[in-house]
Design a protein around this ligand. Sequence first.
Ligand SMILES: Cc1cc2nc3c(=O)[nH]c(=O)nc-3n(C[C@H](O)[C@H](O)[C@H](O)COP(=O)(O)OP(=O)(O)OC[C@H]3O[C@@H](n4cnc5c(N)ncnc54)[C@H](O)[C@@H]3O)c2cc1C
Length: 423
Amino acid sequence: MGRVRDDARGYPPAMTDTISVEAFRAEAKAFFDANAEPRGDEQFEWGVGSDRVGVLDEKTREQELADLAAGKEWRRRLFDAGLAWLSGPEEYGGRGLGTDHERALAEIESHYRFPAQTSFGIGLGMIAPTILAHATPEVRDRYLRAVERGDVVACQLFSEPVAGSDLAGIQTRAERDGEEWVINGQKVWTSGAQYSDIGEIITRTSPDKPKHRGMTMFLIDMHAPGVEVRPLRQITGGSSFNEVFLSDVRVPDSHRLGDVDGGWSVALTTLMNERASIGGSSGGFSFGTTRLVELARHLDRLDDPVVRQGVADVVIRSRVAALNNQRAMAKVLAGQLPGPEMSIAKLSLTRNGQRLGEVLTAMLGPRLVADTGEWGMYSSNEIVLSIPGMRVAGGTDEIMKNIVAERVLGLPKEPRIEANGSS
Ligand SMILES: Cc1cc2nc3c(=O)[nH]c(=O)nc-3n(C[C@H](O)[C@H](O)[C@H](O)COP(=O)(O)OP(=O)(O)OC[C@H]3O[C@@H](n4cnc5c(N)ncnc54)[C@H](O)[C@@H]3O)c2cc1C
C-alpha cells in the first residue's frame, strides 16, 4: 500500500504505487517494444522528408478524422496497459506514481513512433484536472477514465466575442430549471470543438452580482440538441478552431463544476493547467534548433555574425525555457497546483517563438512569400504566421506579463473594475 497524497490543494487523494523506477522502466519498455515502432537513430537531414513546420493543424476533415481514430486506438492500448495516466488516482484508472516515473516514461516514449496525441491535449491537460478537482463523484466516474483513455474528447468553451483576456466579461447565460440548467449564448476560438464529445463551459448565472462572482462552470455534451459548431478559417489555411452557438442547451445540475456562482475559481484551475500544458510543451514548434542551424548552413550564412547571433539566441532561450519547465512540471507532478511559474513558461515559449520567427524572416526574406518549390523555404512561412496566434492562445503575452509582475515580482496590481462599478 502506498502513501496518501496531501489533498489540501483540491486534488482528491492519490495512492503512491510502490513499483521502483527500474521495474517500471522495464515494464514500459516491454510495452513499447511490443506495440510501437522504434525511431532508430534519426538525424535531421536537410531536404529529406516533409518540410511542414506548422503549429496549428492544417488538415482536411478526412485526415483529421483518420488521425483521431488512430490516436484513440493508441491511447486506449496505452491506458489499458496502465501507461497513460501515471500521476492519476487509482480509483479512476491512474497509477498514483510520481515525477520520476513520468520522466522515465517520457524518455522511453521519445524512442518510439506512435500516432499523434494532439487531439487529446485540451482534455488531458486542462479539462481532466478540472474535473478531478471540482466535479461531482458522478461526473468524475463517468468522464475521468473516458477522457484519459481517449474515448471521450474534450474542448474548452471559455472565450466569447466580447470576452477573452477579460474572461469575467462573458455573456453566455445559464438559467436554472429544476434539476437542469438551460444555456444560451455564443463561444468563439474553440479549438477542436468539431470532434469533441464534451466541453467545459463558463456561463453567467447571476448578472446582478460583481462579474467575477456571478459565473458558474458546467460540463456539457457537445452532441446535445442546441449545440452548433461552425469552423473558423486560419491565416495558414486550416480550420482547427470554431464558433460554438448554444441555443437552449440543457445540462443536468450534476454536471456543474464547483459551486453556483463559483465558476471563477474553477476557471483558474483550468487556466493554470492550460499555461502548464502550453508552456511545458514545444507549443507545436516543429522547427527544431538543428533545423535552424542546417538552414543557415544551406543558405551559406553560417559565417554571418548577425545570423550566428540570432541562431545562438534561439538555442540558448530554448534550453533555458526547457530547464525552467522541468522545475515547474516537477511541482505539478508532485501534486501541487500550477502557479505563476506556468505564466513564465508560457511567456518564454511564445517569446522564443517570436525570436525564431524574426531569425527565420531575416534569413529567408522573399523566399517566405514566394513559393519557388525549394524544400524548406516557403513552407517556413507556416510557423512565422502561426506564432502570433500562440502569443494570444491560453492568455496573451501582456496578460502573462501582468501575472508575473503581480504574483512573482510583487508589483502593484492593475486597477480592476467590476460590472457593478466596484474595483
Ligand atoms: C490558436 C488559438 C486557440 C484558441 N483556443 C481556444 C479554446 O480552445 N477555447 C477558448 O475558450 N479560447 C481559445 N482561444 C481564445 C484565447 O483564449 C483568446 O483569444 C485570448 O484569451 C485573448 O482574448 P481576445 O482574443 O478576446 O483578445 P483581447 O482580450 O481583446 O485582447 C486584445 C489585446 O489587448 C491586450 N490586453 C487585453 N487586456 C489587457 C490588460 N489587462 N493589460 C494589457 N493588455 C491587455 C491583449 O494582450 C491583446 O494584445 C484561442 C486562441 C487562439 C489564438
